[in-house]
Design a protein around this ligand. Sequence first.
Ligand code: NAD
Ligand code: TYD
Length: 348
Amino acid sequence: MKKIVITGGAGFIGSHVVRLFVTKYPDYQIYNLDALTYAGNLENISDITDAANYTFIKGDIKDYQFLKTLFQEQQFDAVIHLAAESHVDRSITDPNAFIETNVLGTANLMNAFRNACSDNFENKLFYHISTDEVYGSLGKTGLFTETTPYDPQSPYAASKAASDHMVRAYGNTYKMPFVISNCSNNYGANQFPEKLIPLFINNIKNNKSLPVYGDGQYTRDWLYVVDHAKAIDLIFHEGKIGETYNIGGFNEWTNLELIHLLCAQMDEKLGREKGSSSKLITFVKDRAGHDRRYAIDASKLNRELGWKPSLTFEEGLSKTIDWYLENETWLNNVTSGAYQEYYKKMYS
Ligand code: NAD
Ligand code: TYD
């Protein structure tokens, strides 16, 4: 019997983690704590809302008094912390929102956790979910390992790096048991269409231009979100306290290579003439301070805990496109209203 609070469980990755824990561990009580920002959507987890071991709590990790009372009342055994502002482009236009949620919010959570257990952390765990972007940008070769020095380049990456440092500092200073994982770019169902893959799927579907930043030769390592959720499950249960684990897909693509693959799959699925979607590619002004290449060495996780990705990128991308095409209502709901304003501001 475990009582676990998962933060950010109405978001993209968090919803997959909540679903996995609720369905795989009927003996655990899972609490999903989420502020429901523009990125949070209860539709993402509508299939498990009625499960006996699931509770949703609407709340903001920026609000310490709220967290203090909640943690005091509930006496959680563990925290799996995913709530964050997560989009690099938004961090360029509004960096403070990232400092407030990602840095201060993480500290608030740890303070509430400390307070609720009076620094007696027996059988407790704080699991912090982070990103490979804390390591900065790679040249043509090399991989990020768990010992790569931090060198964050965007306000988003710097806020995540700061939160990682705070978690390690609480581990060292207050002996709070923690694990951290740093993952590469995720893709899959329920990702908000501000990130590359869902944004481009939506634009291709609607015959809108595909805004490629700069020369399109930026490289990312892509991982299917369900594989990330499975890695989180494994690290939560078998990871060594105080350790960091890198999670990645062993799957590097330049943006242009990825976009051409996406266009080809979309042409086929939509019954369009070969090559028609790639005609939508439009080179636009580059992102400020754009990191050239990310690539993760996930061999520690493979060697120590036996994890590996379950899908090829072609298979994962195909499943992802199918999900967006089959879930038109979800897509229409999240791209109406405020999204239109966001799109105009970022892309016009
Ligand atoms: P997301 O933006 O889809 O979801 C974030 C969730 O957090 C939303 O449900 C939102 O409502 C909630 N949230 C935001 N601010 C909050 C606040 N102040 N209080 C409570 N809830 C709040 O993000 P995601 O892509 O699912 O990322 C989840 C985590 O994984 C983040 O910590 C991110 O840094 C990390 N990560 C993401 C990726 C990726 O490719 N998306 C890769 C590696 C790591
Ligand atoms: P994104 O999905 O925002 O993830 P991240 O910045 O965390 O890697 O972007 C992935 C890559 O795609 C990145 O190199 C920026 C690029 N990109 C575009 O070229 N056009 C776009 O409209 C977006 C959103 C991203």
